[in-house]
Design a protein around this ligand. Sequence first.
Ligand SMILES: *Cc1c(COP(=O)(O)O)cnc(C)c1O
Length: 370
Amino acid sequence: MSSTSISVPFCDLFAQYNSIKGEIDEAIRVVIAESGFIRGRQVQQFEDAFASALGVRHCLTCGNGTDALYIAMKGLGLVQGNEVITTAHSWISTSETISQAGGSVVFCDTKPHSYNIDPSLIEKKITRHTVGIIVVHLYGEPADMDPILEVANRHGLWVIEDCAQAHFATYKGRLVGTMGNIATFSFYPGKNLGAMGDAGCIVSNDTSLSEWCSLYARHGGKGLHEIEGINSRMDGIQASILLAKLPHLNRWNRARRRIAALYNEALNELHEVKLPYPDPLREHVYHLYVIGLDKRDELRRFLLKKDIATSINYPKALPLYPAYSHLRHKSSDFPVASYNQERILSLPMFPEMTDVQVEYVVRSIREFFH
Ligand SMILES: *Cc1c(COP(=O)(O)O)cnc(C)c1O
């Protein structure tokens, strides 16, 4: 194959579907045959399967990963005036749900070598109004949980783990989503475990918290209406698709790690390029493979001309977006996140990526630098 005929998408959802087409088609057919569109048995089955895969007591499915964060905070009793500390470097769901739930967002900068919250900066952000911390395992790399849990315990704060990008990643042998008070997942199609539409869930070992969240997400309970709630649920077709995909997740994560290792090895010699930080105590699941470099925009354009799609996740630190202008932050308030976010570039990464595609990306990046 000549290199000019190769094209590399950022992510190829159709390739994944094709690889297990029979299982997905059959799963959807059964839901239709049973008219199990809402509250079908597949929803309960997925909740049981996902909880047992993580080794947690409860899994509550909901409409999407953003709702999951909102519901979790309502469940933790967030009220107006409460402050929640979270990372400056994430997708906006993490912070917008704090405001939705009535709280105030307090942003914290990230660690230089990782893209996750810097635990050593959290304590300075704590006031008498602080009630909790939302940790994001960004790009599939587990955040440094031990010092975060330590500071949370010392100050009586709850911890939510936002695992939207890190299904089955581990920190010192513990699965992400099992370490805080409650954890949220997104099954947005492009995530490591993706539905064919919107879907999300909340997991926890806390039975009363989980029961309250379940009531809240389902109008306060069908026929009970003990409280006013919202309507946020995973539909039967999404649950059946996720049930079909779940047994493949470990294999897909291994494929992502293998591609990351190929990238690491091939790009290691380019000193201008910062690679993902390797930490033997954490098993990264590479939702995204993110590099950092000064000539980010030039490389991005160069790769696009070669039919290689890349992405920037995300273009600015959250506190610097117009949505947070009322907080009057400057980039110097978050020097690490601001610096990183001008330099980051996400390379193509999906389990079905072929060696030919990986090599073509690597060769093109080398060509850019030489
Ligand atoms: C995708 C994502 C979410 C939200 O998920 P949706 O299902 O799209 O609502 C939340 N947090 C992070 C870090 C995400 O990447």
